[in-house]
Write a protein that binds this ligand. Structure first.
Ligand code: GLY
Length: 396
């Protein structure tokens, strides 16, 4: 069962929407060609982060990024029906099984990992083992929910021997987690079990209450009293400052709120996605690929983040299918503008020897990872290129 459904949303003059551009289809084809080229090199390995020579450093054990190549392969299979992609994706399943079997290897990013692997496989092939593994992952994600503060805890505390990590992780929610709610929405649709939907809704509401500021910028993380769940304060982890706006965090939330609205129809989710996308658009100024944190000047002295751009482009292009028709051109234009910027400044799909799609991803600048290929940048680039062609069927 191959999903290749496209809407006629981008079909041009009849509904006032801009047309998808042929250069996006060409870029998508180059992405798939790149996947074909790297499969023999990758074997069963999954990219972790780019090296300076644009080859991949590979995951060494369970990692939150290990599902992104799988997601690209399932998208390529969805587009082409070529089993070279589905076979390579299916062959990766052992690594996902290992993550399910090792509780310490799990965190809030189970959604990224399992939506783009097992859920994708179930949707495209009807494989029952993949479906069961997806539901198992959703159960593990729900178990992280903190009833008192109404949020899914992001990172794992370790034992009492590491007080510093426990203080850091306990009682903390982060913006990125909104992307993982899609796994819960899917599990609810599959099983009818109310917990999946209720936890997703409560975490989303808490994100809206505590991560989104009045001016429509966002905190990367928010801390609660670990003992009582009382809300304490917003803080950053990967951004420039507690009070600044980390570009990828804002992008995760745009895409995440838009997807929550697509699934639930809750008007508050759509309103949040629109407000955050509007702020992203404002903060971009005359750029298209943002500096990694919006507090920093765009004078070329700070790294940009192509992954934030790719996530935001996919989010804006999803948003334009959700808003009333007269508002859609604004979000299509934003998605196109960001994609154009990526194609001009970051596209590696024309560069011989590069193993990924996009240069200039800012993984974690304060930790010294500021300018590299990133597997999530690549996945969302492919998703955005597909959305720009009118595709609406994804694994979220
Ligand atoms: N979810 C981790 C990150 O965005 O870097």
């Amino acid at each position: 069962m191959i999903h290749s459904q496209k809407t006629s949303y981008f079909s041009g003059a009849s509904n006032g929407q801009p047309d998808g551009k042929p250069e996006y289809q060409a870029a998508l084809s180059r992405c798939m060609q790149r996947l074909r080229e790297i499969l023999p090199v990758a074997g069963l390995r999954n990219p972790k982060i780019g090296r300076d020579d644009n080859t991949w450093a590979w995951c060494d054990g369970p990692d939150w990024v290990m599902g992104f190549l799988s997601g690209e392969l399932w998208l390529a299979y969805q587009l082409t029906g070529d089993t070279v992609f589905s076979n390579a994706a299916q062959a990766r399943r052992g690594a996902f099984r290992q993550m399910l079997d090792n509780r310490k290897a799990q965190d809030h990013d189970l959604g990224f990992v399992f939506s783009l692997s097992c859920v994708a496989q179930w949707q495209l092939t009807g494989d029952q083992t993949a479906r069961s593994m997806g539901i198992e992952a959703a159960r593990a994600l729900v178990s992280r929910f903190r009833e008192d503060g109404q949020y899914i805890q992001a990172w794992n505390p370790v034992g009492p021997h590491d007080r510093e990590q426990a203080t850091f992780a306990n009682g903390r929610m982060i913006a990125d987690t909104i992307q993982n709610l899609a796994l819960l929405h899917w599990a609810h649709r599959e099983t009818g079990i109310a917990d999946f939907r209720e936890v997703a809704d409560m975490h989303e509401a808490t994100s809206l209450r505590h991560l989104v500021r009045e001016d429509d910028t966002t905190f990367h993380t928010f801390c609660f009293d670990p003992a009582t769940g009382a809300p304490l304060r917003g803080e950053t982890h990967q951004g420039y400052a507690d009070a600044s706006c980390w570009a990828r965090g804002q992008a995760w939330l745009i895409h995440g709120f838009a997807n929550c609205y697509r699934v639930t129809g809750n008007p508050a989710s759509l309103d949040a996605a629109v407000r955050l996308a509007g702020k992203f658009e404002d903060l971009l100024g005359d750029t298209a690929v943002p500096v990694w944190d919006f507090a920093l000047p765009t004078d070329g002295t700070h790294p940009v983040d192509s992954s934030a751009a790719a996530v935001a482009a996919a989010g804006a292009l999803m948003l334009c299918t959700l808003v009333p028709a007269d508002q859609a051109p604004r979000w299509a234009a934003l998605g196109y503008r960001i994609l154009d910027g990526l194609l001009i400044d970051c596209d590696l799909t024309k560069v011989d020897g590069a193993q990924g799609f996009l240069a200039h991803g800012a993984g974690h600048v304060p930790a010294g990872r500021g300018d590299a290929m990133l597997p999530y940048g690549d996945y969302y680039f492919m998703e955005a290129l597909m959305r720009a062609q009118g595709h609406t069927a994804f694994f979220w």
